[in-house]
Design a protein around this ligand. Structure first.
Ligand SMILES: Nc1ncnc2c1ncn2[C@@H]1O[C@H](COP(=O)(O)OP(=O)(O)OP(=O)(O)O)[C@@H](O)[C@H]1O
Ligand SMILES: [Mg+2]
Length: 249
């Protein structure tokens, strides 16, 4: 990163305690504008906690975080206007159709109905969902439903998109299909931060990753560079060397 204008997410000494549990322990990392950045770690590592703080849904106990140039604690409204989020689970209304779910998001962001319809049609087209628009969400396959959730998170044209375990539970074909959709979103200029348990996914998709374990960032870097640094052939080996444990997906 050469100037602060190119930093999409800035995290410095970020700490979150839930009572005696230190969910996040002085985490520090940056995400450059336009990057696909992966936060990798086992269950309970602090991935969702990090994301929730960056989305202004949770207050940090200590430390600083900025998203799209705005401090999450001091300027939460400005942050919220610039982010999109696909939570770990339950992002669609299963009883609404694909088009109705998109319209709901348009309403959430106060888009005029006509603009919302136009934006929704474009997003469904790019996601390959145009043929599903009148299907009820609960009848979609897991992969198609996840794509709908991504499309919904793009209604307000976010600068930074947060995806919490976007492909968990999907088979490899559906995962690859979702990866190509994520790459397409990235090419259109959105910075993407995702969490995953799948090291293969991080390797295939992410420009850079941070390895997090028990609330502490153990390592950050490009997957290829980390493999060189650790003399490893896979990210699994890097993970083992950096944390002393295997990440079993
Ligand atoms: N609201 C909460 N109250 C108390 N403890 C919490 C709360 N949210 C998270 N924690 C704890 O903080 C730690 C980090 O949780 P977090 O959900 O961030 O992990 P994660 O890396 O997203 O895990 P997973 O892979 O299972 O989604 C865990 O020990 C968790 O039990
Ligand atoms: Mg989580």
């Amino acid at each position: 990163m050469t100037s602060s204008g190119e930093v999409a997410v800035e995290v410095c000494g970020l700490t979150k305690a839930f009572g005696p549990t230190l969910a996040l322990d002085e985490a520090t990392f940056d995400v450059a504008r336009g990057e696909i950045f992966g936060l990798l770690g086992p269950n309970g590592a602090g991935k969702t906690t990090t994301m929730r703080i960056l989305l202004t849904l949770l207050k940090p106990s200590a430390g600083m975080a900025k998203v799209a140039g705005h401090d999450v604690t001091k300027d939460p409204v400005q942050v919220r206007e610039r982010v999109g989020w696909v939570p770990q689970e339950h992002a669609v209304d299963p009883l609404l159709t694909v088009a109705e779910n998109m319209a709901f998001m348009g309403g959430m962001y106060h888009l005029p109905p006509r603009a919302a319809r136009r934006r929704s049609a474009q997003l469904l087209e790019v996601a390959g969902l145009a043929g599903h628009r009148d299907k009820v969400a609960r009848d979609l396959s897991g992969g198609t439903r996840r794509k709908l959730e991504l499309a919904m998170s793009l209604v307000n044209v976010p600068d930074v998109l947060f995806l919490d375990e976007p492909t968990v539970g999907l088979d490899i074909t559906a995962r690859r299909d979702l990866w190509s959709y994520v790459r397409q979103i990235s090419r259109q200029g959105t910075t993407i931060m995702l969490t995953t348990h799948y090291l293969e996914e991080a390797d295939a998709l992410c420009d850079r990753v941070a390895i997090i374990d028990r609330g502490r960032i153990q390592e950050t870097g490009a997957p290829g560079q980390l493999k060189i640094t650790y003399g490893a052939t896979t990210l699994d080996e890097v993970f083992l060397a950096a944390t002393g444990q295997e990440l079993v997906a």
